[in-house]
Design a protein around this ligand. Structure first.
Ligand code: SF4
Length: 222
């Protein structure tokens, strides 16, 4: 299929802003809006979110962060207690000790605060580029692109980038997406990907992006 040119990302994102208005915010953005916006809180919420549905992530993160909002407070809990608090998050038996190890390091070496340092974040077991970038973007105001399955799928369907994996999409987006959209791309495309440009049978017939989108790889749609 030939590209539909030019692809105006400003127009695209303003259309998507309108389209996702009726839907819940992505979990980490909703938590930040509720006041859980410290780097440590965002990083812990992101760890909870790994392989876990947004609908589950939100109440789990509220439950844990209401009980332990700081590294020092988290260290008052045992791994077993954390595991129980974050049920039904996937891989909670691994996540609980990872969270405790992060809290211990922050209390011992960083005065109990998580600095806005992506390299430090990625040095923690269980933290990859996605969670580091989301934390930097949401809690630190640093312009970073966090690419999850939704951002990866949608931007490739548009034909805006061509990349095989979320990691490759992150690099491709860093070269074409204007920095002012680096945080918003995740905020907007997570609900857009969950409710409109869905993995199976996207809702193309009513999608505000239809005239701009190459629908790359879309074989069936609604
Ligand atoms: S037109 Fe279809 S494939 Fe393109 S963004 Fe909209 S829902 Fe997704």
């Amino acid at each position: 299929m030939e590209p539909k040119q030019p692809f105006d990302i400003d127009v695209a994102l303003s259309r998507i802003e309108e389209a996702v208005r009726p839907f819940p915010k992505a979990a980490l953005f909703e938590l930040a809006a509720e006041g859980f916006n410290a780097p440590f809180q965002q990083l812990i919420a992101c760890i909870i979110s790994i392989r876990t549905r947004d609908e589950d992530t939100l109440p789990i993160a509220r439950r844990l962060l209401s009980r332990a909002a700081t590294p020092a407070e988290l260290l008052e809990l045992t791994s077993t207690e954390i595991e129980a608090l974050i049920e039904p998050s996937s891989f909670r038996a691994a996540k609980a000790p990872q969270m405790l190890a992060i809290a211990r390091r922050l209390v011992d070496d960083f005065d109990g605060e998580l600095p806005c340092d992506g390299q430090l974040m990625q040095s923690f077991a269980g933290v990859g580029p996605k969670c580091a970038n989301l934390t930097l973007g949401i809690a630190c105001g640093t312009q970073r692109i966090s690419v999850d399955v939704h951002v990866h799928r949608v931007t490739n369907r548009w034909g805006y980038i061509q990349a095989a994996t979320p990691e490759q999409s992150m690099m491709a987006l860093e070269s074409v997406l204007p920095p002012e959209h680096w945080i918003d791309i995740n905020r907007l495309l997570v609900p857009f990907g969950k409710h409109i440009c869905t993995g199976r049978a996207p809702r193309c017939s009513t999608c505000p992006m239809l005239e701009m989108c190459r629908q790359v790889g879309v074989t069936t749609h609604r």
